[in-house]
Design a protein around this ligand. Structure first.
Ligand code: FAD
Ligand code: NAI
Length: 471
């Protein structure tokens, strides 16, 4: 665009928050630029997050099943070998195809893709230091900050991305470690721990809290812990990490009981640090626009995503709420509509969460611990996959579905699933909650037979009437 162009919207960051903001804005006829410094679009999610991790999860699952799960199905294979190089190539193929796809969408909808690092010059101007070394300044009526998040480090532990890795290094390990220590039994630790465990590593997960799954429903967390332990993952719960050092080829990890006391040194060929992510605003020069952040580094916004400077808005991982791609995406859609039309909406009561292990874990709405805390009276219905015909025919029966409904009104308050395809099944729970469904509504909805989703229907029946037919 010509140097004196004034954009309607300049988006800083081309991740799952920023790129939908840009596309939706352009679709409404606004003049839009999106600045991205990484050299490819799609942000953390497409480049080093959701997409490459799911490629590794899927392919490691197929490898593991081929080795261990086929015999009882009447399929004999021999000489099953891992070709890790090709598995990595398959991961990169998925990533490159999708990031190029976003670039194509920018062209299709007329978004100017500005390759470089953006920083505030003033409240209406953004400087861009181009990846090719050029400098330019973009003028904007509206600016949307969508700069995402970065790995939270552990003080005193240096991530070298070779021996001590973040999720980014853990996606790319050139060899299967013999022993791996994972620090943090949250989403990343359990997903990537599963990947390397399936490929042959002996994986020990160290978690500060007394439960895995970073805040999931306590009963489901116990089941999940049992299922993963059965798969060979080892857990050290209520344990904190005091330090980790590379010594020659091995890493020594000092751990201690969370409450203090018993100490131990674990040895590993690779250590994954996965204790969370933090907002990323480095280099943005927020001070030049006077944009406020809170004490955790999150950009402060109101219900219309406005910062304290009203025409500068902010969405995604860099502000409040769960750090999830679909949450960032829906905020991008909403913020673009607010800029274009004055109206937009995200329902934060209906944000699904999925952990893509096998079986998968998925939930939406409140869990039992939260409802107890809030003093809300509820009833539950649980249905195990071992009583579901499709799970039985697939010989894949670990897990269950739990529907939580309001004790008086029967309105669904939460759905929690551990099971094959839980990540796909949860969409039904999300839709039911969006429409304010009662458990009886779902219990009276016909579900195709034999499908896994019948387990959700039966759990809903139990929640509403106390009984199901098949359990
Ligand atoms: P980001 O995706 O972080 O994008 C921000 C972009 O802004 C980056 O590309 C960055 O380079 C760019 N940027 C930053 N500063 C500037 C600047 N000054 N100028 C120009 N560009 C800048 N979420 C899920 O929902 N499902 C999953 O399965 C899932 N798996 C994950 C697996 C891993 C290993 C990780 C690490 C994360 C995963 N997440 C997942 C989380 C998900 O990746 C994030 O929630 C999502 O990417 C947030 O989107 P965002 O647009 O806010 O930020
Ligand atoms: P997380 O917040 O999910 O889990 C971190 C875990 O580390 C917690 O259980 C915490 O108690 C523990 N912990 C913190 N400090 C510790 C310490 N010093 N020693 C031992 N344990 C410690 O964070 P994670 O797994 O790093 O993921 C970051 C974010 O990325 C998640 O919040 C999630 O939003 C996103 N993500 C989402 C995925 C998905 O949707 N499937 C997949 C991967 C990441």
């Amino acid at each position: 665009a010509p140097a004196d162009t004034e954009y309607d919207v300049v988006v800083i960051g081309g991740g799952p928050g920023g790129y939908p903001t840009a596309i939706k804005s352009a679709q409404q006829g606004l003049k839009v630029a999106c600045i991205e410094k990484r050299g490819s679009l799609g942000g953390t999610c497409l480049n080093v997050g959701c997409i490459p991790s799911k490629a590794m999860l899927n392919n490691s699952h197929i490898y593991h099943e081929t080795q261990h799960g086929l015999k009882s199905r009447g399929i004999k294979v021999s000489d099953v070998q891992l070709d890790l190089d090709t598995m990595h190539k398959a991961r990169l193929k998925a990533v490159n195809g999708l990031t190029k796809g976003v670039e194509f969408l920018f062209k299709k909808y007329g978004v100017d893709y500005v390759k470089g690092a953006g920083s505030f010059k003033s409240t209406t101007e953004v400087d861009v230091e181009g990846l090719d070394g050029t400098q330019q300044t973009l003028k904007a009526k509206n600016i949307v900050i969508a700069t995402g998040s970065e790995v939270t480090p552990i003080p005193g532990i240096e991530i070298d991305e070779k021996k001590i890795v973040s999720s980014t290094g853990a996606l790319e390990l050139a060899q299967v470690p013999k022993k791996m220590v994972v620090i943090g039994a949250g989403v990343i630790g359990l997903e990537l721990g599963s990947v390397w465990s399936r490929l042959g590593a002996e994986v020990t997960v160290v978690e500060y809290l007394d439960a895995i799954g970073a805040g999931m429903d306590p009963e489901m967390a116990k089941t999940f812990h049992r299922v993963l332990s059965k798969q060979g993952l080892k857990f050290k719960l209520s344990t904190k990490v005091n330090g980790a050092k590379v010594e020659g080829d091995i890493v020594k990890v000092d751990v201690e009981a969370s409450k203090g006391g018993k100490t131990e040194t674990l040895e590993a060929d690779a250590v994954l640090v996965a204790i969370g992510r933090r907002p990323h605003t480095t280099g943005l020069k927020l001070e030049n626009a006077g944009v406020e952040v809170d004490n955790r580094g999150r950009v402060v916004i109101d219900s219309e995503y406005r910062t304290n400077v009203p025409h500068i808005r902010c969405i995604g991982d860099v502000t409040f709420g769960p750090m999830l791609a679909h949450k960032a995406e829906d905020e991008g859609f909403a913020v673009a509509e607010m800029i274009g039309t004055g109206y937009g909406h995200v329902n934060y009561d209906c944000v699904p969460s999925v952990i893509y292990t096998h079986p998968e874990v998925a939930w939406v709405g409140k869990n039992e611990a939260e409802l107890k805390n809030e003093g809300i009276k509820y009833k539950t219905g649980s249905f195990p996959f071992v009583a579901n015909s499709r799970a039985r025919t697939n010989d894949d029966t670990d897990g269950s579905v739990k529907v939580i409904a309001d004790a008086e009104t029967d309105r669904i308050l939460g759905v929690h699933i551990i099971g094959p395809n839980a990540g796909e099944m949860i969409a039904e729970g999300v839709l039911a909650m969006e429409y304010g469904a009662s458990a009886e509504d779902v219990g009276r909805t016909m579900h195709a037979h034999p499908t896994l989703s019948e387990a959700l229907r039966e759990a809903a029946l139990i929640a509403s009437t106390g009984n199901a037919i098949n359990f």
